[in-house]
Design a protein around this ligand. Structure first.
Ligand SMILES: Cc1ncc(COP(=O)(O)O)c(C=O)c1O
Length: 389
């Protein structure tokens, strides 16, 4: 009867306004109404990506967006480099390998960020690399890779293009695609954009469009040129997910109403509340403070099973957090705090975590993390008040 607290790093809760918008009667996908809908969404997307370019919308999950970026930017035999910092970097590399690109992997220990110095050394040693694939927020570890610095290194020490997986970061943390020199930035709908799964987004720099137009790698549904052409007429090459588009219009309007800076500040305070609470509760965090993502926090318990805690939270207190991936599958829990999520939700989540922890370990954990989270929240609202005074 009571809804679960969905605190996984996507899909994330959908705001009621977005839900209602998606209940719109079906309309003809080639009708004027759909053209107007696409037309009205377009100006609201680029600021979220930090670009002046149009943002292409495709119908797929986030992985479809990764594959779209790959097949449009490289051809079989091209040398590409993937910075692998976790499961999603690994997926990017697997996509490149599936398309027979000559794929180099720059591996980083899971839980750590890709180092600009290591990237520089790798690029200098491999001058034929044409495209570098990066993961902004590595959702499997909660690490926010220093994409700005990494992109700078790519441009300083090579002619390669920079492709970034922003699936769990775009809309939750600042992306300055144009300023940072990102050539392709992709995301999915079910994370910080507050929609159900099903839409993916691809923003492309001017220089990358030229490469795409000259790239003969086989592709059809994911050929970005056909989306670009259709978008010029406020349309899509194939039947769009019309209901999701109605929802998208509402979700990007919500983001614009809140203001991007406020959205990012909200995500930062949710990160800080979660981390302070976990530290007070003696729960080790996988990522260092310096690289902690504002959208997801991974916790690696030392004295009890993460898997047991995850199950207990779901079954006893209706809190749904995620487990780990790959070799960390049973080692960590991942708490999502992105999209339609507020500091109030984080307080509830921490309270439930404490209740579950106490049930699992028998320790008196009540209020310990909540107090630190409340103090962080208090600092945030006090600071905001001073700034607005
Ligand atoms: C960083 C990142 N990249 C790619 C994906 C894949 O997205 P999807 O599961 O929607 O295909 C995810 C999903 O969690 C992700 O977090």
């Amino acid at each position: 009867m009571f809804s679960q607290q969905l605190r996984i790093p996507g899909p994330t809760p959908v705001p009621p306004r977005v839900q209602r918008a998606m209940n719109h009667d079906m309309v003809g996908h080639r009708d004027e109404e759909t053209k107007q809908l696409i037309h009205s969404i377009q100006p609201l997307l680029p600021p979220i990506f930090g670009t002046k370019q149009d943002v292409i919308i495709i119908e797929s999950s986030g992985t479809g967006a990764l594959e779209t970026a790959a097949v449009n930017m490289a051809s079989a035999g091209d040398e590409v480099l993937v910075a692998v910092t976790g499961a999603f970097g690994d997926r990017f590399a697997a996509i490149c390998e599936a398309h027979q690109f000559k794929t180099h992997r720059l591996n980083t220990t899971w839980g750590e960020a890709c180092s600009p110095d290591e990237l520089k050394t790798y690029l200098l040693g491999h001058p034929n690399i044409q495209v570098v694939f990066l993961t902004f927020c590595e959702t499997s570890t909660g690490v926010l890779n220093p994409v700005k610095e990494l992109a700078k290194v790519v441009h300083e020490f090579s002619d390669a293009y920079v492709v970034v997986d922003g699936v769990s970061s775009v809309g939750g943390t600042e992306s300055n695609m144009d300023e940072w020199g990102i050539d392709v930035l992709v995301t999915g709908s079910q994370k910080a954009l507050m929609l159900p799964p099903g839409l993916a987004f691809v923003a492309v720099s001017e220089r990358a469009w030229k490469r795409i137009e000259n790239n003969s790698h086989p592709r059809f549904y994911f050929d970005l040129s056909s989306y670009k052409k259709a978008l010029g007429e406020d349309s899509t090459p194939f039947t769009p997910a019309v209901s999701l588009l109605f929802g998208l219009k509402e979700s990007v309007t919500l983001i614009a109403e809140e203001g991007l800076e406020n959205v990012y500040a909200r995500h930062r305070v949710m990160r800080d509340m979660t981390r302070k609470a976990c530290k007070a509760l003696g729960l080790p965090l996988l990522a260092a403070d310096e690289f902690a993502s504002p959208t997801i926090t991974a916790v690696k318990p030392e004295h009890f099973s993460a898997k047991q805690l995850k199950t207990l939270l779901k079954e006893n207190v209706n809190l749904n957090v995620a487990g780990g991936q790959g070799h960390l599958a049973d080692e960590i829990i991942r708490i999502g705090h992105m999209g339609y999520c507020s500091p109030n939700d984080v307080l509830l989540c921490i309270g439930l975590l404490e209740t579950g922890l106490s049930k699992l370990t028998g320790a008196d954990t009540f209020g310990i993390g909540t107090k630190e989270a409340e103090k962080e929240y208090f600092r945030f609202i006090s600071q905001n008040k001073e700034e607005n005074a």
